[in-house]
Design a protein around this ligand. Structure first.
Ligand code: G6P
Length: 421
C-alpha cells in the first residue's frame, strides 16, 4: 500500500504517523509519501515522522517530496489536510467577521466560506492529479470546511472520496470512557452535516443508554469555548448536539465571548504551532509530543487509520463519515454531502438510511445545506452574485449588507477572483 499525505507539513502529521505505525502490518503499508509546498515545514515535520518510523523498526518507507505528482502517483489513498492561506488567512478572516459583529470561526459561518472559496480550486486540482496518476485511489479529506470540500470533490472532482472529521470518533471515545467500555461497543444514531450534527440515540453494548447519557455535558474539543446549554433546553432537544452547534444555539453569548478574547483561535494556534515545530526539530525526539493535544483535532489519526483499514479489508464496518446523501436523508438533495453512519467496504462508504428529520433539527440542517450548496457553486463558478447569495443565506449572517461588506473585504484580502457576470 502507498499512502500520500498532501499538506504533510501540518503539525498534526505526527499523530497520523503514530496511527499508521500501529496499523502498518494490517494495512500492508509500504510507502508513506509526505508532500507539502512549504519545504521548511515539510523537512521539520517529515524529519520527526522519519524518526518515529525508524524508532519502531521502520515498518514502512517514508518519503518527502515537494512534487505533488510524485506523491500521488500510484497511491492507494491520498489524504488531504491542506490550509490554503495558512493561519494568517484564518486570523484575518476571523477579525473581519468579528469587526462586523458576526461569529468568526474557522468552519462555521463566513470564515468557513472564505476558506472554502480559497480551498476548493486547490482540491479540484489535486483531484485532477489523482484522476491522471492514481485513478484507483481513495481521497480521504480532512481539509476544512470538510463537508463542503467533500461535496465539491464529489460533485466536480471525478474521484472516489470520503470526508472525515475527528468529532464523531471523539464523541464515541468520550461515551466509551464515560461507560467504561471500548469505543467498538458504542453505536451512535448520528445525523447531520459536518460540524452541524446531533447524536439522537446512544447504544452501549446494544442497550439504549440515551436518557442517562444526555444528562451529562459532552466534553468540548480544545478549540471550542466551553459554554454550556441550559439544562431545560438540553432536555427539550433530547439529542446530544455537536459542540459546533454552540455557535447557533448560543449565538449572542458565543459572539460576545469571541469578541472578548485578546487573541483569535488562529493566533493561539499559530503560537502553538511555532512551539510544536521547535520541538519537532529536536533530533532526539522520536514520538508525538503531548502538547499536540492542545489542538482541536484529537483522534484524527484513529479516525483516518481505521477508515483506511476497513476499506482495505473490505470489512463492512460502520463509520460516521461525510458522504453523498443518495436519499439517506429524505429532507435533503441526493447529491448533498451529509455526515452520517455509513457502511465501509472496498467500494467506499454507503450511508445508512435515516429518513425524515425531526422538526427541531430539520430547518437548521436544510438552511445550512442550502448555504453550502451555494458556496460550492460559487467556488467553482467564481460568480460574485452566487457568492453573495451564499454568504447572505448563512443562518449566522444577520444582515445582507454585512454579508456584502464581508464578501468585499474577503475579496480584497485574498483576491478571490470573483466575476460579476
Ligand atoms: C476540531 C475540528 C476540526 C478542526 C479542529 C481545529 O477538531 O473537528 O475540523 O480542524 O478542531 O483545531 P485548531 O486547533 O486548529 O483550532
Amino acid at each position: 500500500m502507498k499512502i500520500a499525505v498532501i499538506g504533510a507539513g501540518s503539525t498534526y502529521t505526527p499523530e497520523l504517523a503514530e496511527g499508521l505505525i500501529l496499523e502498518s502490518q494490517v494495512l500492508g503499508l509500504q510507502e508513506l509519501y509526505l508532500h507539502d509546498i512549504n519545504s521548511e515545514r515539510l523537512q521539520i515535520v517529515g524529519g520527526l515522522v522519519e524518526r518515529m518510523v525508524r524508532a519502531q523498526g521502520s515498518p514502512f518507507q517514508v518519503r518527502q517530496t515537494l512534487d505533488r505528482v510524485e506523491a500521488v502517483a500510484g497511491a492507494d489513498f491520498v489524504i488531504t489536510q491542506i490550509r490554503v492561506g495558512g493561519q494568517e488567512a484564518r486570523a484575518l478572516d476571523t477579525r473581519i467577521c468579528l469587526e462586523e459583529r458576526i461569529i468568526g470561526q474557522e468552519t462555521t459561518g463566513p470564515v468557513g466560506f472564505a476558506k472554502a472559496m480559497r480551498t476548493i480550486p486547490v482540491l479540484l486540482d489535486i483531484c485532477a492529479d489523482i484522476r491522471t496518476y492514481a485513478p484507483q485511489a481513495f481521497l480521504i479529506n480532512f481539509t476544512n470546511p470538510a463537508g463542503m470540500i467533500t461535496e465539491a470533490v464529489l460533485k466536480h472532482g471525478g474521484v472516489k472520496a470520503i470526508g472525515l472529521c475527528n468529532i464523531p470518533f471523539g464523541l464515541k471515545s468520550a461515551v466509551a470512557k464515560e461507560c467504561g467500555v471500548s469505543p467498538q461497543e458504542i453505536e451512535l444514531d448520528y445525523v447531520g452535516l459536518n460540524h452541524l450534527s446531533w447524536v439522537r440515540r446512544i447504544y452501549v453494548s446494544g442497550e439504549d443508554c440515551t436518557a442517562e447519557l444526555l444528562k451529562k455535558q459532552a466534553e468540548k474539543p480544545a478549540n471550542i469555548p466551553g459554554l454550556a446549554f441550559d439544562p431545560d433546553f438540553s432536555r427539550a432537544l433530547g439529542m446530544w448536539p455537536n459542540s459546533y452547534l454552540n455557535y447557533f444555539y448560543l449565538q449572542d453569548e458565543m459572539l460576545a465571548h469571541l469578541k472578548e478574547q485578546p487573541k483569535t483561535r488562529a493566533e493561539v494556534v499559530k503560537e502553538l504551532e511555532a512551539q510544536l515545530l521547535d520541538q519537532y526539530k529536536d533530533p532526539q525526539l522520536s514520538s508525538k509530543p503531548k502538547e499536540l493535544e492542545k489542538r482541536g483535532g484529537a483522534h484524527y489519526s484513529s479516525a483516518a487509520v481505521s477508515l483506511i483499514r476497513d476499506i482495505h479489508l473490505n470489512s463492512g464496518r460502520r463509520h460516521i463519515v461525510n458522504v453523498r446523501n443518495n436519499g439517506a436523508l429524505t429532507d435533503l438533495p441526493p447529491d448533498a454531502v451529509v455526515e452520517v453512519t455509513s457502511v465501509v467496504d472496498a467500494q467506499g462508504a454507503k450511508p445508512l438510511s435515516v429518513g425524515r428529520l425531526e422538526a427541531q433539527i430539520r430547518g437548521l440542517i436544510q438552511h445550512v445545506k442550502a448555504y453550502e450548496e451555494l458556496t460550492v457553486e460559487a467556488a467553482v463558478t467564481r460568480n460574485y452574485h452566487t457568492a453573495l447569495l451564499a454568504l447572505a443565506t448563512h443562518p449566522l449572517t444577520t444582515s445582507v449588507n454585512k454579508a456584502k461588506r464581508i464578501l468585499d473585504r474577503f475579496n480584497a484580502a485574498h483576491n478571490l477572483q470573483l466575476v460579476k457576470a
